[in-house]
Design a binder for this molecule. Structure first.
Ligand code: FMN
Length: 323
């Protein structure tokens, strides 16, 4: 993809960013293309009040969209300039992007751009006998560090504690009626947002339980033959815990996920262990004392099975304004 018109490249970047992952596929962003600026706003109408009362995961999701927009601009032949949280009087304005100087795209940036369309959440258990190579994990760690975040690979003993955290998060979530109603809403939406039951794996035993979407027999994705015993659990963490850190965590999540896609890995995030304070505290105790966990990525080698169905997206006409 190449485009020499900065305004067209910004518009294209906003469109490409709509492919970004987001918590429960809420797509909690709004884009505005205005002259030489592309502005990214969080959309508070799309906040999850029970799961994400402090809107950290909403901003992490917007950070993933911001990174997608940067990837698009690089592939379009620009070196984007980003001002994060540029106006203290507009807290929902998370970033202002300019196309920046023209710069021919590298083969690596074009590969990353291709992965925007290949990336998806794979909630099936991963195969037992295929581990993610250490060199690939090292590359993912570098991708996170380039985005002002860290990526921790949990050792087997730490995975045991993650299991407790995930079990605790499940129990807490099931007990909270507001939370279960919110989940119900976002798994039974119309055509263009939310988590379709066809993308949720049917229940199966795993060493670390993943989010219970409360769908029971409506979960329609075949869980596959894997049992997740070779899954890696990678924690995206930041040094601080404010909105700029959440934005960086989202950018790092996208960077890691796209790099993993290029390497043929499959990923599904786990944020229930971030949403439930006790689970997050336990997770935090497994990391460096100053690290703030922002998201867990369950990673494995993608099997031969077809990818799960794609999750829908809102139309560009709804999520992007051009003025
Ligand atoms: C911040 C964040 C939190 C997420 N939490 C979970 C989760 O706890 N469980 C899960 O299965 N998927 C989780 N996801 C994945 C989203 O549900 C997924 O990105 C969305 O449904 C769109 O689907 P796609 O990634 O296939 O495009 C999360 C994604 C983000 C960005």
């Amino acid at each position: 993809m190449t485009t020499n018109e900065p305004a067209a490249a910004l518009h294209r970047a906003a469109e490409d960013a709509l492919l970004a992952p987001s918590i429960l596929n809420t797509q909690p962003w709004h884009w505005r293309v205005e002259g030489a600026n592309l502005d990214l706003y969080a959309d508070p109408a799309r906040q999850l009040h029970a799961a994400d009362p402090h809107w950290g995961l909403m901003v992490v999701s917007c950070g993933a969209a911001l990174h997608h927009a940067r990837v698009s601009l690089r592939a379009g032949g620009y070196e984007p300039v980003v001002h994060r949280r540029p106006d203290p009087h507009q807290p929902w304005l998370l970033a202002r992007i300019q196309a920046g100087r023209a710069c021919p795209p590298s083969p690596a940036s074009l590969r990353t751009y291709q992965s925007l369309r290949l990336r998806h959440t794979d909630r099936r258990a991963f195969a037992t006998d295929v581990r993610v190579p250490a060199a690939v994990i090292a590359g993912l760690r570098s991708a996170a560090e380039a985005e002002h975040a860290h990526l921790y690979q949990l050792a087997p003993q730490a995975v045991e504690y993650l299991r407790y955290a995930a079990q605790g998060a499940r129990t807490a979530g099931a007990r909270d009626k507001v939370h279960t109603a919110e989940l119900r809403d976002w798994t039974s939406r119309g055509a263009d947002d939310g988590v379709p039951p066809e993308t949720v794996a049917k229940p199966a035993a795993r060493p670390v339980p993943t989010r219970d979407f409360g769908l029971g027999s409506e979960a329609a994705l075949d869980p596959g033959p894997g049992d997740d015993r070779a899954a890696e659990y990678l924690v995206v963490a930041t040094a601080g815990d404010d909105p700029t850190d959440w934005l960086h965590a989202g950018e790092a999540t996208s960077a890691v996920w796209l790099a993993a896609t290029v390497e043929g890995l499959a990923i599904s995030p786990m944020s229930d262990v971030i949403e439930v304070p006790g689970a997050r505290t336990l997770l935090r105790s497994l990391l460096h004392p100053t690290a703030q966990p922002q998201l867990v990525l369950r990673a494995g080698v993608a099997g031969d099975a077809d990818p799960p169905p794609q999750s829908p997206r809102r139309p560009a006409s709804e999520a992007i304004d051009v003025t």
